[in-house]
Design a protein around this ligand. Structure first.
Ligand code: ZN
Length: 233
């Protein structure tokens, strides 16, 4: 089975639509979402609707959690907090109920899906480097743990591992961000995983950044959130 994994959409409808079109053209069997459907972007509601209809399942992100319970935005930067307050006013009771129902983590036999570090997922710890990953890998006995949260695609393996990814080893794969990449490349990011071949691929998709940025500016969200889309920072 071939699975597409998306994360950190952040209310960017233009990016999400481009990614879903790319996934369709790749002929994937299913789509899984690792959370942060909302926050930062101008279309939180339409993004929830699309994720709900397109994805087999989704897990909760820290911005999704804060949209439901604003007290969780305490540790957010000022622009992230401003965006999540704005987002809360744009969501229907049904949208909020959907976000409230998302689990922190979803496990399959040899795969784990979680927004941030699998080590105490509710703390939303980042896995930035191999030191963070080594700690997080203690939660992954075998197989692959798919994460998002840093908005930067990455693959972390055991120190001794080399060559193609193997079923017997444990690995952490960050699929990057659909709606707000931060690795210096503005193209939307997602991952594909083939569990017969046990192979992973990161895919980048250009999208209509002008429109996404214009909507952010016109909605009264902090303009920095529009500017950063063009540079992927
Ligand atoms: Zn995020």
């Amino acid at each position: 089975m071939r699975t597409a994994i998306i994360s950190d959409i952040h209310g960017n409808l233009e990016a999400l639509e481009a990614v879903l079109a790319s996934i369709r053209s790749e002929g994937m069997d299913r789509i899984i979402c690792l959370g942060d459907i909302v926050g930062y972007g101008a279309d939180p509601g339409p993004c929830i609707d699309l994720v709900r209809s397109a994805c087999a399942f989704a897990v909760l992100g820290n911005h999704d959690a804060a949209a439901v319970d604003i007290s969780l935005a305490e540790r957010f930067s000022s622009h992230a907090a401003a965006a999540i307050i704005w987002t809360g006013t744009k969501l229907s009771a049904e949208h909020l109920q959907y976000l409230r129902g998302l689990p922190l983590l979803h496990a399959e036999s040899d795969r784990l899906y979680v927004h941030a570090s699998p080590l105490e997922p509710a703390l939303w710890n980042y896995v930035f480097d191999s030191i963070d990953a080594r700690e997080a890998l203690t939660e992954v006995d075998r197989g692959v743990c798919f994460i998002g949260h840093t908005h930067t695609p990455a693959l972390f393996r055991d120190r001794k591992a080399a060559g193609p990814l193997r079923r017997e080893e444990s690995a952490i794969i960050n699929v990057g961000s659909v709606g707000q990449p931060r690795d210096g490349a503005p193209e939307a990011s997602y991952g594909t995983f083939d569990d017969d071949a046990w192979s992973y691929r990161n895919v980048r998709v250009p999208y209509d950044i002008d429109t996404a940025a214009k909507k952010i500016r016109e909605s009264g969200l902090p303009s920095r959130l529009a500017d950063r889309l063009f540079v992927g920072r």
